[in-house]
Design a protein around this ligand. Structure first.
Ligand SMILES: [Zn+2]
Ligand SMILES: [Zn+2]
Length: 138
């Protein structure tokens, strides 16, 4: 994928749409329990996109941030169909875009697995990619 290539995506009902115009900083898969809640038990596949390279192009996502845990992420989702689209961490302004909502996810390859300490035995990690128990530091 070239840095200038635009990728588009949206929710299940197409009410909310977005465009990515920057090369992802990270391509990965997250095995945390929250991701398992959102992804039918699987890890979530994601692109970490710099904030300047992401734009909503149609509709208004709703957001949700848990108040009962520290440093909770903010989740952006379609108010109509509920599809989860993007997560933003409090300590990083980049957009964590879910690969499943891309119009063409077929070219995605995860390059890192994170939060693997919470993985289930049925999760799969591709051979040869780095695996972190938690988030990579630094
Ligand atoms: Zn929708
Ligand atoms: Zn996760």
């Amino acid at each position: 994928m070239q840095a200038t290539e635009t990728q588009t995506g949206g929710c299940y009902c197409s009410a909310v749409r977005f465009a990515i115009t920057a090369a992802p900083l990270v391509k990965g898969q997250c095995h945390c329990r929250a991701c398992q809640h959102m992804a039918g038990g699987a890890p979530q596949y994601f692109l970490l996109v710099p904030p300047t390279g992401f734009a909503w192009t149609q509709g208004q996502p709703r957001t949700y941030t848990r108040q009962d845990i520290e440093n909770a992420v903010t989740r952006y989702f379609c108010p109509d169909c509920g599809t989860q689209l993007v997560t933003v961490r409090q300590d990083n302004p980049a957009f964590v875009v879910k690969v499943g909502v891309l119009d063409d996810p077929s070219e995605f390859k995860p390059r890192v697995a994170i939060c693997h300490a919470q993985a289930q035995s049925f999760h799969h990690v591709p051979d040869g990619i780095p695996v972190f128990d938690d988030l990579p530091t630094g």
